[in-house]
Design a protein around this ligand. Structure first.
Ligand code: OGA
Ligand code: MN
Length: 291
């Protein structure tokens, strides 16, 4: 890439998701080029970049160039026990064990990772949460295992005015202990519970790059601060349902070499099921901190 590169994404969904072909992000070093990618993210919220043969350390280096500090080992102990990936900036989003074999269905890491099937925004249970997440596809199943994205800006815009006014100044408590418990994963050790205290987040965020407002909810959102838990939880469920209506959702079907960057401030995502006993799905993620 050079400063003369004019990136012209193809838009894959009526409100968001741009697709780029013919670029090599390993060569993107020029601040102007990196700024252009961020400007595209401000607009599209999700960028699908095809054919990026990143080595793990190249992927981490690209993320640092684009946006600074990475989320590293902190908060990742459950899935990183006996890590398969050696690069500290990478999170393993695969169904493979440390010997590169398909995981035992009962593996605790798999049980924990099943939480990724719930709509969420990465690290919303931490403060500061995640800004950009970037997934690189090394192996993909023949069918299933897509990732869905929801545009929380478009969802906000479509809320009734009364609901917009009601949530404007509200805050929610986000916890990964809570979100995992909703699918029956409760086996956190005392040390893990101490490591994941949860975080308060606003229900409405203004995106600094686009000036647009978003609903900021996730499966991690447990209750509304200052409200009785059942009232707040019902409001959060309603917002989750509204934010993930079909018209706000794009389904990404993975190809090997795909590199997808999304902005966690204004999108949610979730993984879809696939045949985990016969199919290898090897996705690797780097995440930057929203600070
Ligand atoms: C993630 C995630 C979903 C998937 O990488 O943060 O939630 O489809 N992934 O694997
Ligand atoms: Mn995620």
């Amino acid at each position: 890439m050079s400063t003369t590169a004019q990136l012209q994404p193809r838009q894959l969904h009526p409100t968001f998701v741009g697709e780029l072909t013919g670029v090599d992000l390993r060569q993107a070093h020029d601040p102007a080029d990196l700024g252009e990618i961020k400007a595209l993210l401000d607009r599209y919220a999700v960028l699908v970049v095809r054919d990026q043969p990143f080595a793990d350390e190249e992927q981490a280096a690209f993320a640092r160039r684009l946006d600074g500090e990475l989320v590293t080992k902190v908060g990742r102990s459950v899935i990183d026990a006996a890590a398969r990936l050696k690069e500290p900036g990478l999170t393993d989003i695969s169904n493979l064990d440390e010997n590169d074999r398909i995981m035992d269905p009962a593996d605790r890491r798999r049980m924990y990772s099943l939480g990724n099937r719930l709509w969420h925004s990465d690290s919303s249970f931490q403060s500061p949460p995640a800004r950009y997440s970037m997934l690189s596809a090394k192996a993909v199943p023949d069918s299933g295992g897509e990732t869905e994205y929801a545009d929380m800006r478009a969802a906000y815009d479509a809320l009734p005015d009364a609901l917009k006014a009601q949530i404007e100044d509200l805050r929610a408590f986000h916890s990964i202990i809570y979100s995992r418990s909703t699918i029956g994963f409760t086996e956190f050790s005392d040390a893990e519970r101490a490591q994941f205290p949860g975080a308060e987040q606003p229900l409405v965020r203004v995106h600094p790059g686009s000036g647009r407002k978003s609903v900021y909810v996730a499966s991690h959102a447990s209750h509304v601060i200052g409200w009785p838990v059942p009232d707040g939880r019902l409001l959060l469920r309603e917002l989750m349902a509204l934010a993930t209506l079909p018209q706000f959702v794009h389904r990404h079907k993975w190809k090997v070499g795909d590199f997808v960057i999304w902005d966690n401030r204004c999108t949610m995502h979730r993984g879809l099921p696939f045949d985990e006993t016969t199919q290898r799905r090897d996705l690797r993620r780097v995440t930057t901190i929203d600070q």
